[in-house]
Design a protein. Structure first.
Length: 140
């Protein structure tokens, strides 16, 4: 179990460092107008991740309403990630090996399904003249 705890801590440090690196790189690229979504450029539709960088920057500014507006998948994914980490720490402390053998990915599937539904809804609205981000039609 000690090995599991070390792996969990190391994986969380890696996720944190990767998130910081992503925020730095995305900030640099977005200022230079080099950060373009290929789905928007080629098809004129939003991908499920569109607005994710702005949502991340809103999170860093603790502007939760803007984060939800730009892309609600980010806060949902963060909550699922936090839940799994807390649960894993608890199960490691309880010495419950069976927890790690069970299917514990149900909430991840929910996030993926939510992302797909959000992709559909956002683009149906876009095709009906409502641009939630304002990147394609220039506003609502």
């Amino acid at each position: 179990m000690q090995r599991r705890m070390k792996r969990l801590i190391i994986s969380n440090i890696i996720v944190l460092l990767a998130s910081i690196a992503f925020a730095i790189v995305a900030g640099i690229l977005s200022r230079n107008d080099m950060w373009k979504c290929m789905t928007v450029e080629v098809y004129g539709l939003y991908c499920p991740g569109c607005g994710g960088t702005r949502a991340l920057f809103s999170l860093l500014k603790l502007d939760f309403l803007s984060m939800l507006k730009y892309n609600p998948i980010l806060p949902m994914a963060i909550l699922v990630y936090a839940y799994y980490n807390v649960r894993a720490f608890i199960e490691i402390k309880r010495n419950n090996e069976q927890y790690f053998a069970k299917n514990k990915y149900r909430l991840i599937y929910v996030v993926i399904a939510f992302g797909f539904i959000y992709f559909l809804v956002r683009n149906i609205l876009l095709l009906n003249g409502i641009d939630l981000l304002g990147d394609i039609l220039g506003g609502n």
